[in-house]
Design a protein around this ligand. Structure first.
Ligand code: CAA
Ligand code: NAD
Length: 301
């Protein structure tokens, strides 16, 4: 049995939050059910950034979908954007939501503080989910008082409108009803959900993050250039992007937060050194080079 999710709030209008909101607002099955979506961030400038991410992604989808028909493409972009409510009031949004999906900075304290606040504002029935890349869902859920059976991980992949997978992370306390509701939403978004335990990095990042970090260490050791590593993994292993292109795409700030938080907690992780933060990653972030999203990371854009 599942209960139908009719309204969703996404907290954090960055790369991921914007993509999740867009993917809900553009999903035909969810439009037919009248699912409402609200995108929240801390300030108008951040919301404007989210809106920009959504507009350019929708324009990309529309160009292909309407085969160059500009009027139809423009209408699709405008209609989809119009289905998203933009807000700076997370509490108010949560008060009217069946589901809250958090996609803020990868920091345990920040996530716990947000959910502690929202727990007092959202109806008892509202399901909470985190899009965390690496933090334990059960640790984040500790910030809520009586919602552990309705607290899950809902882990999307970047770029969300294009990537089909969602990891649905089940803690031991998550109820079958809440899990089924999340699974229904994922299917309604046209995506494929896989069930994961609340283990470090779930499935994808447990494999992907150590790989990306080892590529950085390989270049630090002088064993190959980053350009050659990227070419090698694309042409030799069939990956769509090399590890340096991918780190820039994920965001070097986010990649650094993932590795630091994960390394520091080390919970349930055999081979902790696999996620030790490489020095060159820290240096680029210190220099304000966050990757593709702000014009420079390992590469210039
Ligand atoms: N919005 C909408 N559509 C997009 C898009 C976006 N932001 N980016 C790409 N696309 C679409 C394009 O429109 C195109 O669609 P069609 O196939 O229908 O034509 C398709 O994606 C391919 O795009 P391009 O031809 O322009 O470029 P590409 O072939 O280089 O693909 C890519 C781009 C999909 C990003 C591809 O390079 C890729 O899959 N890269 C790897 C991405 C990846 O591994 N993501 C996971 C990161 S890890 C993570 O997210 C978890 C975490 O916790 C950190
Ligand atoms: P981002 O830096 O692009 O966006 C984060 C947004 O959250 C910013 O706009 C920021 O202003 C906002 N924010 C911060 N604190 C907030 C608060 N208290 N209330 C409301 N908004 C707040 O980051 P991102 O890449 O979108 O990552 C977000 C989350 O998703 C992280 O937990 C990250 O690990 C995870 N994730 C990232 C990727 C990726 O490839 N970038 C993939 C999967 C999961």
């Amino acid at each position: 049995m599942s209960s139908v999710i009719k309204s969703v709030s996404i907290i954090g209008a960055g790369l991921m939050g914007a993509g999740i909101a867009q993917s809900i607002a553009a999903a035909p099955a969810l439009i037919a059910k009248g699912v409402a979506v609200t995108l929240v961030d801390v300030g108008e400038d951040r919301l404007a950034n989210g809106k920009k991410i959504i507009s350019s992604s929708l324009a990309r989808v529309a160009k292909k979908k309407f085969d160059g028909d500009k009027a139809q493409a423009d209408a699709f972009v405008a209609d989809t954007l119009a289905r998203i409510t933009f807000s700076t009031d997370a509490g108010l949004a949560a008060a009217h939501s069946d589901l809250v999906v958090e996609a803020i900075v990868e920091n345990l304290d920040a996530k716990q503080k947000l959910f502690r606040d929202l727990d007092t504002r959202a109806p008892k029935t509202t399901i909470f989910a985190s899009n965390t890349s690496s933090l334990p869902i059960s640790e984040i859920a500790k910030s809520t008082l009586s919602r552990r059976d309705r607290f899950a991980g809902l882990h999307f992949f970047n770029p969300v409108p294009q990537m089909k997978l969602v990891e649905i992370v089940r803690t031991q306390e998550l109820s079958d009803t809440a899990y089924a509701s999340l699974k229904d939403l994922v299917v309604g978004m046209g995506k494929v959900g896989v069930e994961c335990k609340d283990t470090p990095g779930f499935i994808v990042n447990r494999l992907l993050v150590p790989y990306m970090l080892e590529a950085i260490r390989m270049v630090e050791r002088g064993e190959a250039s980053k350009e050659d590593v990227d070419i090698a993994m694309k042409l030799g292993a069939g990956y769509p992007m090399g590890p340096f292109e991918l780190a820039d795409y994920v965001g070097l700030d986010t990649t650094k937060f993932i590795t630091e938080g994960w390394f520091a907690s080390g919970k349930g992780l055999q081979g902790k050194e696999l996620v030790s933060p490489p020095a060159s990653l820290g240096k680029l972030v210190e220099e304000g080079k966050f990757g593709r999203k702000n014009g420079e990371g390992f590469y210039k854009y």
